[in-house]
Ligand binder design. Structure first.
Ligand code: ZN
Length: 148
């Protein structure tokens, strides 16, 4: 395993052990339920959008290390971003998970998620929280998000 892969592995393990922004958000104005039946990952994403910006964001749920770490990394990175920037990041991460190219440099720690590309069934674990985010900021909540 090279140094970069080792670093990525550490990022995933750290965010799984100590998820950031974990817990309900009482003043959320978007609440998204998301499930990945293939793995059993379940999460609830709480988002407070105001003034075109993600003012606050948190999540609760259970799932594999990849889904929890991805949710944690996503909330850490998205908090405070504009809706437009959030959708751009969604597109970049989606491209990273499903494409073959190098990670764009500005993804920073999110590049750690690229490790799942070698395991196609894990891509849905990593993308679940991001699909929930997209549903929240585009106002299509109300429908549960599912990977199937
Ligand atoms: Zn999973």
């Amino acid at each position: 395993m090279d140094e970069l892969q080792e670093l990525y592995r550490e990022v995933i393990l750290d965010h799984n052990r100590r998820p950031r922004n974990f817990g309900a958000l009482s003043d959320a104005n978007h609440v998204i339920e998301a499930v990945n039946p293939l793995c059993g990952d379940k999460l609830t994403l709480y988002v407070k959008v105001g003034g075109g910006r993600v003012e606050d964001i948190s999540f609760e749920g259970t799932g594999c290390a990849i889904s929890v770490a991805s949710s944690s990394l996503m909330t850490e990175r998205i908090k405070g971003q504009t809706v437009g920037a959030s959708l751009e990041l969604f597109a970049k991460v989606h491209g990273l998970l499903t494409g073959a190219g190098d990670a764009p440099e500005d993804l920073d720690k999110l590049a750690a998620l690229a490790g799942v590309r070698e395991y196609p069934t894990r891509v849905k674990c990593a993308s679940l929280a991001w699909h929930a985010l997209k549903a929240a900021v585009t106002g299509t909540d109300g429908k549960p998000v599912t990977t199937e």
